[in-house]
Design a protein around this ligand. Structure first.
Ligand code: SF4
Length: 285
């Protein structure tokens, strides 16, 4: 099955930005303003995820020409991913859309699988060091998975609908993908529904056929050097903590307050921060 890839990403807040906010909000603000430097660890992580994706899909690069094209591409990939899971029991890199409080959010969940009629969420993180991450890092990644869980729950239960998606982007129900993009997809022998509303309906109907995701989730930590498992972090969806964190991250995006730097107990994080030199708000600065 073919998954299409692109460089340009449509608007919407990324799940990974929301989870990074729990690590250090000030750092996220710097990253949004100035961009992130890609470290060797990040590159290796990306490479590993691509490899994992290629284990289940053929990836072909395409170039969306319009915003409709970019959103259509994500919907198409979600569709391909869900069909794969329904057929084989497992899939990887499924794009998700939804709302977290008042924020429109997008993400790509690492791995989904169906076992005995239940839907499970699994994530793989690669590490440069052969040890489990700090509690702080675990908390950030758990929040990331809980966000995926919530987005899927809302898609399954029709809480997030085609209308919500079209409204966010300001799309009309008659909007179609561009002829150029359609031609690119035809040329690789793939098919895509050209009308954005129909494509969205088709995709969301597939989500609605799934059971609600299990509350217990698992994160695999893998050593980058030899791809061996370091350990797994299994945890339960913590509804109260999740809502508290959602409220916290939302305030920043709504401009209700300035970005908060780490506190004194977490000042060790500044030693690993690429913005350490310019950050005037770090606790020991
Ligand atoms: S130096 Fe510390 S407080 Fe400043 S952005 Fe980096 S981690 Fe956050």
């Amino acid at each position: 099955m073919i998954n299409l890839i692109q460089e340009y990403r449509p608007n919407g807040i990324a799940v990974t930005d929301l989870s990074a906010q729990l690590w250090c909000e000030k750092q996220l603000e710097f990253a949004l303003e100035r961009g992130r430097k890609e470290t060797a660890e990040m590159k290796a992580g990306k490479k590993r995820h691509r490899k994992l994706h290629e284990e289940v899909a053929v990836l072909i690069k395409v170039e969306p020409k319009t915003l409709v094209d970019s959103v259509a591409l994500k919907l198409h990939n979600a569709q391909v991913g869900l069909k794969r899971m329904i057929l084989t029991g497992m899939t990887r890199e499924v794009p998700l859309f939804g709302k977290i409080n008042s924020l429109f959010v997008m993400g790509i969940t690492d791995e989904l699988y169906l076992k005995e009629g239940r839907l499970h969420i699994l994530d793989t993180k690669t590490r440069q060091r052969n040890s489990m991450p700090s509690e702080s890092q675990k908390r950030t990644t758990r929040f990331q998975l809980m966000l995926y869980n919530r987005l899927i729950q809302d898609l399954v239960s029709k809480k997030f609908t085609t209308e919500d998606l079209l409204n966010f982007y300001g799309f009309k129900i008659s909007d179609n993908i561009s002829d150029d993009f359609k031609k690119q997809i035809d040329n690789i022998g793939d098919k895509i529904e050209p009308n954005i509303k129909k494509l969205c309906d088709e995709t969301f109907e597939l989500f609605q056929r799934l059971p609600s995701p299990e509350k217990i989730m698992r994160i695999r930590y893998e050593f980058q050097q030899n791809k061996q498992l370091i350990g797994s972090d299994e945890f339960n969806f913590d509804g109260v903590g999740f809502q508290r964190d959602c409220n916290f991250v939302e305030e920043f995006w709504l401009g209700k307050r300035k970005a908060i730097p780490v506190g004194i107990n977490n000042s060790w994080k500044c030693n690993f921060c690429e913005f350490n030199d310019i950050c005037k708000e770090k606790p020991n600065g």
